[in-house]
Design a protein around this ligand. Structure first.
Ligand SMILES: Nc1nc2c(c(=O)[nH]1)N[C@H]1C(S)=C(S)[C@@H](COP(=O)(O)O)O[C@H]1N2
Ligand SMILES: [Mo]
Length: 311
């Protein structure tokens, strides 16, 4: 997202792993995890298959974005502040990977990613994603509602917020050297928002394991909110009674708030949110209130008129 900050990171040549090693390592990792399909992978972009039944309740109403566009045009500031981070992001180790779920819960637990893949009710959902920068895409994600995970750990009645902490691994993330950013990337929502069926923990895309540049092995997505709410590569989920101050909110609270629900009528301080550019096309289309998911989520916000609900 274009904010005040100059770019200026560059991976020193010596730290870039030669391509064939990256590919080899990734293949070995997946094979070790028992997830590699029989044919050898042609490139790091080709992750192992992960199939699940499509949930037909949520229809995107638009064409699915090409896999190539969705997996090579990314916001992932830990790897750099431009969109072309898909290659360096292949260095993010995907196994072993654990997600701690803790704080105000009856049974805090650490989940291995394989456990989640095996035990959670995986399904495919084709969701729209609207970035606050006014571009959008439509992606077939594979994942499970976060409510299924919360059922296992049982939030206490006193818990009001869910906080997502994402990976911060200096050895592979050159963006972390931009020390003026408040790493790690934190995001959050209310327990009521998390309980909504749309709130989805994503472990795959396009019928394959989620690639690291899109937040593999596990990221969040609430499709009625701006994309920056969707923390990538999650390592910790904390239930708390304190509203978190998210990464972007710490940087520029006037532009990136806690709620960040999509609303075409509320402009970003520096640009209009009335329309969006459809990734992979030249089309510009009108943006919809709650990104078109109002029928499922508008009820969450009755009685909250005093909150800054939009970006
Ligand atoms: N950890 C982390 N998560 C992140 C970001 C980031 O920079 N770091 N960018 C966010 C933004 S601004 C958007 S629009 C989406 C982009 O997801 P995509 O690359 O899969 O399209 O990821 C979000 N999650
Ligand atoms: Mo974004």
């Amino acid at each position: 997202m274009p904010i005040l900050i100059r770019r200026g990171w560059e991976i020193p040549e010596a730290r870039v792993t030669p391509e064939h090693l990256v590919f080899g390592r990734r293949k070995a990792m997946l094979a070790g995890a028992g997830l590699l399909a029989a044919p050898a992978m042609a490139s790091a972009q080709e992750a192992a298959p992960l199939r699940a039944m499509r949930n037909t309740r949520y229809v995107p109403g638009r064409d699915i974005t090409g896999e190539r566009e969705a997996t090579t045009f990314n916001n992932y500031y830990e790897f750099g502040s431009d969109k072309g981070i898909s290659r360096p992001a292949q260095r993010l180790p995907q196994r072993p990977w654990t997600v701690k779920v803790e704080g105000m819960v009856e049974t805090p637990r650490e989940f291995g990613i394989e456990d989640l893949l095996r035990t959670m009710p995986l399904e495919e959902r084709v969701y729209r994603l609207r970035c606050v920068e006014a571009w959008s895409m439509v992606v077939p994600w594979t994942g499970f509602p976060i409510s299924a995970l919360l059922e296992v750990v049982k939030p206490l009645a006193s818990a009001r917020y869910v906080v997502f902490e994402t990976a911060a691994i200096p050895a592979v993330m050159p963006g972390l050297r931009q020390s003026w950013y408040p790493w790690p990337y934190i995001e959050g929502c209310t327990v009521a928002e998390a309980a909504n069926d749309l709130s989805f923990l994503v472990v795959g895309a396009y019928g394959k394991l989620l690639p690291p540049q899109n937040g593999g092995p596990i990221r969040f997505h609430q499709p009625w909110k701006y994309g920056f709410k969707a923390g990538k590569s999650i390592v910790r989920i904390t239930l708390t009674d304190r509203r978190p101050v998210s990464f972007w909110e710490q940087i520029q609270a006037s532009e990136y708030g806690f709620w960040a629900n999509v609303n075409p009528e509320v402009a970003h301080p520096r640009w209009s949110q009335a329309s969006e550019r459809v990734l992979g096309t030249n089309a510009r289309i009108p943006t919809q209130l709650f990104n078109g998911y109002g029928e499922f989520v508008a009820g969450l916000y009755t009685g909250l008129q005093n909150e800054r609900l939009w970006a």
